[in-house]
Write a protein that binds this ligand. Structure first.
Ligand code: NAD
Length: 497
């Protein structure tokens, strides 16, 4: 099968050839460090080199952000001006939308349609929502019950103050969007930030740094360090980092949490999932199949909240199975730049091998497998999507996060068994319930242990809707009107008259 994969546009080609590395005090700093290659997942070719930030450079980035914070270069800016600058930052992302969408597809592999609609346009909406929070950070006033000394009158108020230097650590599945999820609430709150993008997909975040400067974010307020987990470890361990906002695997999240607790740095952790979908007899099989295909295979299943385990009651099992089977077998595979392809490459060769290992293990155990289209025989990181029907309960694909295009469908006796299996996991990120029965939907949404539960859909997230994990899927919430508060400390001030 021939791969449709056009050459980069002139603007993207010129950017790829440029010098890439840490961004500190408004400058690209690479210090002649060893370059980390960035690969195009559709071809396996190296498209750029990015210098790794060693420990001393990480410290320099943190010192710069700390100086910017201490000198009140950003927290001293009027909230209305912070909001205006952040809105201008979003306008610049909109101006360069097509460039960013192409760059994202070239480094991450995702469909250009997803890059345009979700990664870029969605990010702009998120950025504007968060920018607006800069003028809405408020405290409370309260009358006190215990006058001290007795007979005096007292009143008190609270203030939300920016927490200090934030370390924002980002995974590779939505590199631009998740970078914005770190930068924007931190800056809205008046913090400064050192961002570490994934070593696999650093390019769009590096481009964002230039846009932030152009928008008027002062030097040192938004710095970037580049590199792998060791660069991240140096950042997390830096004593001047007051708060760590991490999105990534549960394994790394636990390590970061332990490191942060040694000096009681604040942490928000957005981690992995093994997300169930419960389908009951009265669901619409056609709409449910379409929703689960989107929920399971969107971005090649490289979505923390992706549908992964389907628990289906007997009255709809065969009909839904037939719909899913026909949909999966007609999925086509290709480059993210080929708009006719339904599923693109996975992000890296090692991730492709990991995802493929779950499928071959199921095959080896004699599971019934329905596969999607043929993979192009080039050097790209493609895996043909798979639906696994009634796998043996001990198979890893039912318990571990796969983060790829694999759906497992399990027949259950009733809603109670579905609920028991759905909750039988260390994770608790997201889940969905498919039914026309409002009472059943309300009962199940109440009892599912997950930070987000959808009814008759599986995937929408929104700046207005808090998002985060129960159990091993994380700590804290992103989005919603309280989003920026996670980047503040609350101070009580008491007046006695
Ligand atoms: P990962 O944990 O391997 O890496 C994430 C980032 O952390 C990278 O930048 C990496 O270099 C850095 N890192 C890794 N170990 C570190 C450590 N010990 N200290 C400091 N930094 C470290 O995750 P990934 O493979 O890039 O991303 C996939 C994971 O992200 C999946 O588990 C997915 O579920 C999760 N994710 C969660 C959400 C959410 O909102 N809950 C969203 C997207 C992705």
């Amino acid at each position: 099968m021939r791969l449709m994969h056009p050459e980069p546009s002139a603007a993207v080609a010129a950017f790829l050839k440029g010098r890439h590395g840490a961004f500190i005090d408004g400058q690209i700093v690479s210090d002649g460090d060893v370059g980390l290659p960035v690969y195009d997942p559709a071809t396996g070719n190296v498209i750029a080199q990015v210098a790794t930030s060693h420990e001393a450079l990480v410290q320099r980035a943190v010192d710069s952000a700390h100086a910017a914070f201490s000198e009140r270069r950003w927290r001293g800016v009027r909230p209305a001006d912070r909001e205006r600058i952040l809105l201008r930052f979003a306008d610049l992302v909109e101006r360069d939308a097509e460039f960013l969408a192409e760059l994202e597809t070239r480094e991450q592999g995702k469909s250009i349609g997803i890059s345009r609609q979700v990664e870029v346009n969605g990010t702009i909406d998120w950025m504007r929502y968060a920018a607006g929070l800069a003028t809405k950070i408020t405290g409370m006033t309260m009358d006190l019950s215990i006058p001290t000394p007795p007979g005096t009158r007292s009143t008190a108020m609270t203030r939300r103050e920016p927490i200090g230097v934030v370390a924002g650590i980002v995974p590779w599945n939505f590199p631009l969007t998740i970078a914005a999820w770190k930068i924007m609430p931190a800056l809205a709150a008046g913090c400064t930030i050192v961002l570490k993008p994934s070593e696999l997909t650093p390019l769009t975040a590096l481009y964002l740094a230039g846009l932030a400067s152009e928008a008027g974010v002062p030097n040192g307020v938004f710095n970037i360090v580049t590199g792998d987990a060791n660069t991240g470890r140096a950042l997390v361990a830096s004593p001047k980092v007051a708060k760590i906002s991490f999105t990534g695997s549960t394994r790394a999240g636990v390590e970061i949490g332990i490191s942060a607790m040694k000096r009681l740095a604040r942490v928000t952790l957005e981690l992995g999932g093994k997300n169930p979908a419960i389908v009951l007899d009265d669901a619409d099989p056609v709409a449910t199949a379409a929703g689960l295909i989107a929920g399971g295979f969107f971005n090649g299943g490289q979505v923390c909240a992706a549908a992964s385990r389907l628990y289906v009651t007997p009255g709809i099992f065969d009909r839904l199975g037939a719909e899913l089977q026909s949909a999966v077998s007609s999925l086509t595979i290709g480059s993210g730049l080929d708009l006719s392809a339904h599923v693109g490459p996975l992000v890296s060769s090692s991730h492709r091998d990991k995802v493929a290992s779950y499928i071959s293990e199921a095959e080896g155990a004699g599971a019934k497998l329905i596969r999607g289209g043929q993979t192009p025989g080039n050097g790209g990181y493609f895996v043909s999507p798979a639906l696994v029907v009634n796998p043996e309960p001990q198979l890893r694909l039912l318990s571990e996060e796969i983060f790829g295009p694999v759906l497992a469908m399990v027949r259950v006796a009733d809603a109670e068994e579905a609920l028991r299996l759905a909750n039988d996991t260390p994770y608790g990120l997201a889940a969905s319930v498919w039914t026309q029965n409002l009472k059943q939907a309300m009962d199940l949404t109440d009892r599912i242990e997950a930070g987000t539960v959808w009814v008759n859909t599986h995937v929408p997230i929104d700046p207005a809707m808090p998002f985060g994990g129960y159990k091993a899927s994380g700590l804290g919430r992103d989005f919603g009107t309280q989003w920026a508060e996670a980047y503040t400390e609350e101070k009580s001030i008491c007046f006695v008259a």
